[in-house]
Design a protein around this ligand. Structure first.
Ligand SMILES: Cc1cc2nc3c(=O)[nH]c(=O)nc-3n(C[C@H](O)[C@H](O)[C@H](O)COP(=O)(O)O)c2cc1C
Length: 193
């Protein structure tokens, strides 16, 4: 997260951004400027991409689409867990300030390409998240059931025969930041002779 002294902001190092970025679950009501999201998307597209397919597409949701997605999710949750649970989800999801969906190209005849394209989209999302974090904007990457529902694709105007959802990215300013820890590097590194 960018940090400031009394008057001047200091640019965080790449290490600070990578280590400091956290998934944000609770946002303030302020909506970040669209220009910063647009810049983050441009930077996302510099992700590594083996066969230069640029498989990512970014779908920025406006109020009408957000409302329809919130309704759809409330309906799905209500069907599974009852009306009170559906309404609780509607209430919570209605407070999310920014919505962006990332989809990746499907390649029904080339499973390897499809996997590489999906991986490239994940790299793109991390680029985007790190940039936004560096300017003080938090992101939550979600992959709940609604993101795979046919009606969700319809709302996005995306053909699920040709593209798949990689994530719904909620973004905004963090109301609070959860702590996380990671295993020591000795636990995850094997050095072979
Ligand atoms: C592919 C992917 C899917 C995720 N889906 C969800 C989700 O559906 N709901 C959620 O609360 N968090 C989701 N997350 C966020 C993770 O829970 C989060 O990254 C993890 O708890 C570690 O926290 P950190 O990002 O602050 O390090 C997802 C993250 C990734 C990479």
């Amino acid at each position: 997260m960018s940090s400031g002294g009394d008057n001047e902001a200091t640019t965080p190092t790449i290490e600070e951004v990578i280590r400091g970025r956290r998934t944000i679950h609770n946002f303030t009501t302020e909506v970040p400027p669209f220009e910063q999201i647009e810049k983050a998307i441009e930077l996302a597209s510099w992700a590594p991409n083996h066969r230069h397919t640029e498989p990512w597409r970014f779908h920025h949701l406006g109020p009408e689409t957000i409302s329809a997605v919130v309704d759809l999710n409330a309906r799905l949750v209500a069907e599974k867990k009852g009306p009170a649970a559906g309404e609780a989800k509607r209430e919570r999801w209605s407070t999310i300030p920014g919505w962006l969906v990332v989809t990746s190209a499907l390649s029904p005849d080339d499973a390897e390409l499809e996997k590489e394209d999906y991986a490239a989209c994940c790299c793109a999302i991390q680029n985007l998240s790190l940039y936004l974090w560096s300017v003080g904007i938090g992101v939550k990457w979600t992959t709940g059931a609604v993101t795979r529902h046919p009606d969700f694709y319809r709302l996005l105007n995306v053909d699920p025969a040709t593209r798949q959802t990689v994530g719904v990215l909620w973004y905004g300013y963090a109301a609070n930041v959860a702590q996380q820890k990671r295993q020591p590097v000795g636990e995850i590194l094997t050095r072979l002779p």
